[in-house]
Design a protein around this ligand. Structure first.
Ligand SMILES: [Zn+2]
Length: 430
């Protein structure tokens, strides 16, 4: 099955993330292709994919002089000045070639890159996306809220896949459906047992003591590839949800925790974040929990305070959610978690406040290991193309270079567009 592979250049195929490369990328200084440093495995990857019948196109925001020179290394087509995450230039390019257009419209297309802009572009195109960071990055983030690098931002944009190197990328592209996240895989009727590796924190004094946060499906906001399952997340709160549906939710958890690499960690208890008395349906998550079929004793460990008022859902900010949880959610008084290895199931990860709160609560109470699994991870929103409310022309997403905030711009002739100059701020958060 041939695939159209749209691949980013800088930081993905070539090691040019250092600021010293800017003058070349901007086209101010000329460079020949043999002077550009290529990542390990990149040439082989491109060659292998071409031999397998795929079409490879470099998509880069850099200057054409530089991009076309770099494309010689790989002997592939290239689109420069793509203006990610805006998708119009890439769409126009694809439409210029029947073969590319055929692959694109039949869903045989993937965007690969090292930044959120690549993932956002892919989602705007409605195709599969793959995050891959080849330069220095930390997989184990020591601090909860600080030091979260590029990897975390990519994860929050919800790529279809996140791979560690070109060898893994090659395997995934051979059979994408076999590498979906576990719950997405259940609905695609395949057998994958992958999870979104949100975070892993290992105790610096005891390598066998850690907590890990994993998610089994993406709950997209805005446009995405067809494997993301926000539709299934909303079913969870539907009072008419079917037994089939609940079985599928539970099947995903069962499959994930039954695979050897998870099972071999020897878990003592499987629990879940209980539904509050006011939750509708009344056994919202419990109904899934009860259907999980694993050889781990199930036990309820947590309870909500009787004085509880308000809802977690109404606390949009991480700090407010954390405060709310500290006030109302606790370990039941008759529970001892000392030295225990515990799996906790929850329905949804948004800011991560519940996951971090529970992991810390259990670790501070003496637990040995915690595996916090959510059915869904809410992704950042990917915005649809927007039309200017003043003049009706297509607006573009721009980034304020000083403040870093993003806004829609009906680009005026002064900045190379044909619009009226109207701007509208974008509120990028969950
Ligand atoms: Zn306008």
């Amino acid at each position: 099955m041939a695939m159209l592979i749209l691949i980013d250049l800088d930081g993905t195929l070539v090691n040019t993330v250092h600021p010293s490369w800017k003058e070349y990328k901007d086209g101010h200084t000329k460079i020949t292709y043999d002077k550009i440093p290529v990542f390990y495995g990149a040439k082989e990857f491109v060659l292998q994919r071409k031999e397998k019948g795929d079409c490879i196109v470099i998509i880069s925001d850099s200057h054409p002089d530089y991009v076309n020179e770099a494309a010689k290394i790989f002997d592939v087509d290239a689109v420069s000045l793509t203006d990610k995450p805006n998708d119009s230039k890439v769409r126009d390019f694809i439409q210029g070639y029947d073969l590319y257009q055929d692959l694109f419209t039949s869903g045989k297309c993937i965007v690969i890159g090292d930044t959120k802009l690549d993932i956002e572009l892919g989602r705007k195109l409605g195709v599969m996306t793959m995050g891959m960071i080849q330069y220095q990055t930390t997989n184990e983030i020591k601090d909860d809220r600080d030091g979260i690098g590029d990897r975390m931002t990519i994860i929050k944009y919800g790529p279809t896949f996140f791979v560690k190197d070109f060898a893994e990328a090659d395997r995934v592209i051979d059979a994408p459906q076999d590498y979906l996240y576990t719950l997405e895989s259940v609905f695609a009727e395949t057998q994958s047992t992958r999870a979104i590796k949100y975070n892993t924190v290992i105790d610096s004094h005891d390598r066998n003591s850690y907590y890990a946060i994993r998610c089994l499906a993406r709950q997209q906001s805005g446009i995405c590839d067809s494997y993301a399952r926000a539709d299934m997340y909303y079913q969870l709160s539907n009072q008419e949800r079917t037994d089939d549906y609940l079985q599928n939710m539970a099947l995903a958890v069962t499959r994930y925790i039954s695979q050897a690499s998870v099972k071999n960690e020897k878990w003592d208890v499987c629990t879940y974040i209980p539904d509050k008395a006011t939750t509708i349906p009344t056994d919202k998550l419990k109904a899934v929990f009860m259907r999980i079929d694993a050889e781990i004793p199930k036990q309820e460990l947590f309870c909500w305070d009787e004085t509880i008022s308000g809802s977690l859902r109404n606390q949009p900010i991480y700090a407010e959610r954390k405060k709310y949880l500290e006030k109302y959610l606790r370990l039941s008084s008759d529970v001892d978690v000392y030295n225990k290895s515990i799996i906790v199931i929850d329905d949804q990860l948004t800011t991560g406040a519940t996951a971090y709160y529970i992991c810390h609560l259990l670790m501070n109470s003496g637990a040995q290991k915690v595996l916090f699994i959510t059915l869904f991870q809410m992704t950042f929103d990917v915005l649809d193309n927007k039309v200017c409310p003043v003049c009706g022309k297509k607006m573009r997403i721009k980034i304020n270079r000083q403040k870093g905030n993003r806004f829609y711009s009906c680009v005026s002739p002064e900045y190379g567009g044909d619009g009226c100059g109207y701007i509208e701020n974008i509120n990028d958060s969950i």
